[in-house]
Design a protein around this ligand. Structure first.
Ligand code: GLC
Ligand code: CA
Length: 558
């Protein structure tokens, strides 16, 4: 495998709106990110992805873009963006923006022109169809609820497609003019020194056409778009063209948000000459989901989590670099999700961090994960901002759940969990803003915050720094980056263990996902303990005793 600069990086996702507010309007901004670059550098971050900061009505928090070439004034100016690139590059931090090109905003000039003249040039930028005999073109359900078709404003007989929110009309990738506009825009950004992109919802750009119904999967008579995506063929043609016209000539780093890929497609996506450099492993998330709505989701037990992760590791093996996460801006906090309620302690948080950090691939940290931020309690639907939670609440109530039960689902799965402001300190609004924050701060900020953790050498924050430093330790880096991954003890309940090995080194990672200790067999003699999340020094011989929620990284004898 040809070595690339990004192979050994630690990546970090910023959700700009909630990271740090530098001017007191309650909204995080580019100025705030610039102020915190030294912090990110200290943590060991080399790649920084910013969720969208383009001009947007923020109907889906920036994933609805009204102008791809301007920064939303709430986040800053183009000058701030240039300064961010410059300051980040001084610190060897690469910046990625979010590339949201399955859809734009209904307030984008293209859509406005399409409304003005649906038969004209811009009408063909979208999927606009006539309503025939009062029927929509097909029965697809939008990801955020309801039919994926809405009336084209001002045209009683016409509808447009939006697989996400109705303020996110889908762009028609079949139209070469649309693709040219997009490539142009990508190149324009890369020419300004941007290092790459995270590709949003990218699998959706290819639709199975002509539009047709699929069997309904709920009482509403609609079907999830995943039924359609399974049949859609040819997304690769678009992705290859985009890569060749934009990313490749710029040597840009790209990471895809890819759901629904077929296993045999992984080499096409992230292999030697793949569409992207990397893509996220969402296997655990997908495992938990079900078509009926959040009340039909299943819990992901530690064994499920391990099995999903190992399955991905097997599929990807030497093909390319997967991106490993425990959370992002669309998911609950990893520690609240993978550690049983009532058992969440710093030990467990560190254990989970250790378990995924040394997997093969690129470890990603989502903002606040490094201080152990948790899900937020919800007491009423009025408090909720996330559009997908609001829809899930409605679906749950219609299915007969009580208000309390439905809110519980939001606490468990809602996207606000990851979007509450970063907890910088124990002062007013957790030090996130001088003003009032756009989304409420998690009430646990008084004790759970960076300032407090800085003072405590045993904190989750200091531990994450250790994880990052170990992964980058020249003595072991090659093994962590390129070493083979072999799962171990897969039949053991609540254990995640794997070996990373090269010709000259063998490293064992072991994590105990329960509060009771466990005695586990060792595949070889221990040469050195490289990382331990507890004070207890483990005793070993043929076996090793792991305390509750203990995780160890060990170098084995050759
Ligand atoms: C992706 C984003 C999510 C957004 C959606 C629509 O899944 O991560 O936040 O709502 O795409 O753009
Ligand atoms: Ca601000």
């Amino acid at each position: 495998m040809k070595k690339e600069w990004w192979h050994n990086q630690i990546a970090y996702q910023i959700y700009p709106k909630s990271f740090y507010d530098s001017n007191g309007d309650g909204i995080g901004d580019l100025g705030g990110i610039i102020e915190k670059l030294d912090y990110l550098k200290e943590l060991g971050v080399g790649i920084l992805w910013l969720s969208p900061i383009y001009v947007s009505p923020l109907a889906d928090q920036g994933y609805d873009i009204a102008d791809y070439r301007r920064i939303d004034p709430r986040f800053g100016t183009m000058e701030d963006m240039r300064r961010l690139l410059e300051e980040a590059h001084k610190r060897d931090i690469h910046i990625l923006m979010d590339l949201v090109v399955n859809h734009c905003s209904d307030e984008h000039e293209w859509f406005q022109k399409a409304i003005a003249d649906p038969e004209g040039k811009y009408g063909k930028y979208f999927y606009i169809r006539d309503i025939k005999d009062g029927k929509l073109p097909c029965n697809w359900r939008s990801y955020f609820g309801g039919p994926a078709w809405d009336k084209l404003p001002g045209h009683e007989d016409k509808v447009y497609l939006h697989v996400f929110h109705k303020k996110q009309p889908d762009l028609n990738w079949e139209n070469p003019e649309v693709r040219e506009e997009i490539y142009d825009m990508i190149n324009w950004w890369l020419d300004q020194g941007l290092d790459g992109f995270r590709l949003d919802a990218i699998i959706n750009i290819k639709k199975a056409l002509p539009f047709r119904d699929y069997p309904a999967d709920r009482d509403d008579g609609l079907c999830s778009t995943s039924s359609m995506l399974r049949e859609a063929e040819g997304v690769g043609d678009f992705l290859r063209e985009m890569r060749d016209r934009t990313f490749k000539p710029h040597h840009a780093f790209t990471v895809g948000e890819v759901f629904n890929e077929k296993p045999e497609e992984i080499p096409d996506f992230i292999g030697e000459d793949g569409y992207f450099c990397s893509m996220y492993d969402f296997s655990a998330t997908i495992f938990g989901q079900a078509p009926g709505g959040w009340h039909t989701y299943r819990d992901i037990t530690p064994d499920d989590y391990r099995n999903c992760v190992f399955e991905t590791q097997r599929k990807v093996a030497d093909v390319g670099f997967i991106s490993n996460i425990i959370e992002n801006h669309d998911e609950p906090r990893g520690v609240s999700r993978y550690i049983p309620e009532g058992e969440l302690t710093d030990a467990g948080k560190k254990m989970l961090g250790t378990a995924y950090f040394f997997l093969k691939g690129i470890p990603w940290i989502y903002q606040g994960q490094e201080i152990g931020m948790e899900n937020i309690p919800v007491s009423s639907i009025e408090e909720v901002d996330d559009i997908s939670s609001i829809d899930a609440y409605r679906v749950a109530r219609e299915a007969g759940l009580t208000d309390k039960e439905a809110l519980k689902l939001i606490e468990k799965y809602g996207r606000d969990n990851a979007r509450t402001p970063f907890q910088w300190n124990g002062g007013k609004e957790a030090g996130f803003t001088e003003g009032s924050p756009w989304l409420r701060v998690n009430p646990n900020y008084k004790t759970l915050n960076l300032e407090a953790e800085r003072k405590d050498p045993d904190s989750v924050f200091h531990y994450y720094k250790k994880l990052a430093a170990l992964r980058k330790d020249p003595e072991y880096e090659d093994t962590f980056v390129y070493g083979r991954l072999t799962p171990c003890l897969e039949d053991r309940h609540n254990v995640m263990a794997y070996c990373r090995e090269t010709e000259k080194q063998r490293i064992l990672v072991m994590a105990n996902f329960q509060k009771e200790p466990q005695k586990l067999p060792l595949p070889g003699g221990v040469k050195k303990i490289l990382c331990n999340n507890l004070k207890e020094e483990p005793q070993w011989g043929k076996d090793i005793l792991l305390e509750g929620y203990q995780a160890l990284v060990m170098e084995l004898m050759e």
